[in-house]
Ligand binder design. Structure first.
Ligand code: ATP
Ligand code: MG
Length: 240
């Protein structure tokens, strides 16, 4: 469903991504881990072209989205992005946050947009907070609203950049449960995370990045056993 081919990006002399390649099949969940500053966020941003890569290609459903000009907005709708800090509109209620793009971008009528927004809020367990403003929500609740907002666009792929790292442990759990459910429902997801235990419990593959490269990758089950996963294990150890 998604192909990333030799993606490279530098900022000045700093090579942030060095020829990163991988394929994502429908229904897969890939978890990206690795030290701070190794280009994980840059990778997600290059995939949806929020950052323009220097080199390489990204294909969604076989169509090239790098160098796609104005069509990029169409492709971006197919890639739901969830950020660490929620990025909700503070002056809009939860349900308005979810329906705004349906009204403005998808040009749905009000009733249909509201119905869809409520459906997605229900899916993340937030229907009863539909009329709350972001400031009245806990971090975990706000993050679930931002997941609902991304889901409302019916994306082919969901991109999560450390969706739980701003949250207290109890709140992480509720967001991770929502993500686990999405994975079980067959959503295709790329997740940058530090939540090793949880990520490994539902990821199809773990990719360990270091200095802009994928240096180790494998199924969650392989990581503890394989000697080649030394670096990943050493890194994980610091989070346990
Ligand atoms: P973290 O785990 O801390 O979120 P990360 O793996 O997501 O780290 P990136 O945010 O992708 O790392 O950043 C990789 C490197 O690129 C960092 O050294 C960062 O300072 C640099 N960088 C990122 N964005 C820019 C930018 N717009 N201009 C210049 N340098 C940047
Ligand atoms: Mg980051």
């Amino acid at each position: 469903i998604l192909r990333v081919e030799n993606l490279s990006k530098s900022y000045g002399d700093l090579e942030v991504l060095r020829s990163v390649s991988f394929d994502v099949y429908k229904g897969e969940t890939k978890a990206f881990i690795g030290p701070s500053g190794t280009g994980k966020s840059t990778l997600l941003r290059c995939i949806n072209q929020l950052t323009v890569p220097d080199d390489g290609h990204v294909y969604l459903n076989g169509e090239e989205i790098t160098h796609s000009g104005s069509k990029i907005n169409e492709y971006r709708q197919k890639m739901g992005m969830v950020f660490q800090n929620f990025n909700l509109f503070d002056h809009l209620t939860a349900v308005r946050n979810v329906e705004i793009a349906l009204l403005k971008v998808k040009k749905m009528d009000k009733a249909a947009a509201r119905k869809k927004a409520m459906f997605e809020l229900e899916r993340v367990g937030m229907a009863d907070r539909a009329d709350y403003y972001p400031a009245q929500l806990s971090g975990g609740q706000a993050q679930r609203v931002s997941i609902a907002r991304a889901l409302a666009m019916d994306p082919d792929v969901m991109l999560f950049d450390e969706p739980t790292s701003a949250l207290d442990p109890e709140l992480k759990r509720e967001v991770l449960e929502v993500m686990r459910k999405l994975a079980a429902d067959g959503m295709t997801m790329l997740i940058v995370t530090h939540e090793m235990h949880f990520a490994t419990s539902f990821a199809s593959e773990i990719l360990f990045m270091e200095k802009g490269e994928i240096v180790e990758r494998g199924s969650p089950a392989d990581i503890p056993a394989s000697p080649s996963f030394e670096r990943t294990r050493a890194f994980m150890g610091t989070y346990e």
